[in-house]
Design a protein around this ligand. Structure first.
Ligand code: SF4
Length: 353
């Protein structure tokens, strides 16, 4: 397999660690004597000495060529990387990214949300049951979080992204966004507040938010372009692609940061070509692409045949790169732990980690 990865790296002119990273996310790892189905850890690839963070599935794809034994990662029978800081991947309420300058905030218990076929949060251990319905509760939670992480105040943070389970109604979501915003203002936060989801669909509400929340971001969870109703909860699937595009264009015109999230591995390269082009002019931030992972063994059945091979991901990467090459937009590595990029391979520009 290593020889094959080297061949792909040379064919697609990408670093070898890029191919290995994509493969690790796609295949997950096998491991003896464990009941854990998900782990997170730092991986230092021995060949290149690049160090990256991964959160991968364990034993859900038994044919994975990657095996973890103690702190060594094997590719077939060869040790290719050193692994450190191994921990169980739970569905936590918050986690840091970008050297603790960014927070992902799972404020509405994703572990209790279910219904999207590719989602794995309900197979994770629950660690996210808090009540964030009141300003005081949000303040208390973040005060403790900052203290535990030796961060002197919210002004040290640059972005908080709310990535959360579905709310019963759009109004509940909006109320929640305002509660969090109020708490953060009281704590001296000056960075961006972003919402990942697809429940914000009223034009007047989006306008109101753009006036009330400083530096707001709307990251639409498109996830998949075709057969959306067969794969997603009705709240998400009911957003048509035409409406999504229109919403993104409208939000962009108001100065909101706009992008969409996409799960790679569920549909053809033709669909990727068509729809990444379709959305190109409606967003002002590079799309967040995530390699589809098997949280359960059954989920491998949703991966299309051509996506079973790593080459598919490299082809998709090239297609997306070509579509966005004139836009000036570039991915941020820290925004996707299962993305397609490494620090030096995007149009020759150095990407932010
Ligand atoms: S909306 Fe879908 S993808 Fe998001 S947490 Fe709920 S089930 Fe998972």
């Amino acid at each position: 397999m290593l020889e094959y990865f080297k061949k792909l790296a040379s064919l697609y002119k990408v670093p070898l660690d890029n191919v290995i990273s994509i493969a690790l996310n796609r295949y997950g790892i096998v491991m003896d004597n464990t009941l854990d189905n998900r782990l997170r850890f730092d991986v230092e690839i021995l060949d290149t000495h690049t160090k990256n963070f991964f959160a991968v599935c364990v034993n859900t794809y038994p044919n994975s060529p990657f095996k973890l034994v103690d702190d060594k990662l094997y590719l077939d029978n060869e040790v290719i990387a050193k692994v450190s800081n191994i921990e169980k991947d739970t569905c936590t309420a918050t986690y840091f990214r970008n050297n603790k300058k960014a927070i992902t905030f799972n404020s509405n218990s994703r572990s209790k949300c279910a219904g999207c076929k590719f989602c794995g949060t309900y197979s994770l251990s629950e660690d996210d049951s808090y009540d964030f319905s009141k300003v005081e509760n949000v303040i208390a939670y973040f005060t403790k979080l900052l203290k535990e992480n030796n961060i002197s105040g919210m002004e040290k943070l640059e972005s908080v992204t709310i990535c959360t389970g579905c709310f019963p109604l759009e109004d509940d979501l909006i109320k929640h966004l305002y509660t969090v915003n109020e708490a953060f203002i009281k704590m001296g936060y000056k960075g961006s507040l972003n919402y990942i989801g697809s429940q914000l669909t009223s034009y007047d509400k989006i306008k109101e938010i753009s006036q009330n929340i400083n530096d707001f971001g709307m990251y639409l969870t498109i996830e998949k372009f075709l057969d959306r109703d067969k794969f997603m909860r009705p709240e998400k699937a009911s957003l048509t692609l035409d409406k999504a595009k229109d919403l993104l264009e409208y939000a962009s015109s108001l100065g909101i940061t706009t992008t969409f999230l996409y799960i790679l591995g569920l549909e053809s390269l033709e669909a990727i070509q068509t729809y990444f082009t379709y959305f190109k002019d409606s967003i002002n931030k590079f799309p967040v692409v995530q390699v589809f992972q098997d949280y359960t063994k059954e989920q491998e059945n949703y991966r299309i045949e051509e996506a079973k091979d790593i080459e598919y991901y490299l082809q998709a990467k090239q297609i997306i790169k070509d579509i966005y090459k004139d836009t000036g937009l570039a991915p941020k590595l820290w925004e996707s732990y299962r993305g397609l990029y490494t620090s030096k391979d995007f149009q020759g520009r150095k990407l932010l980690r």
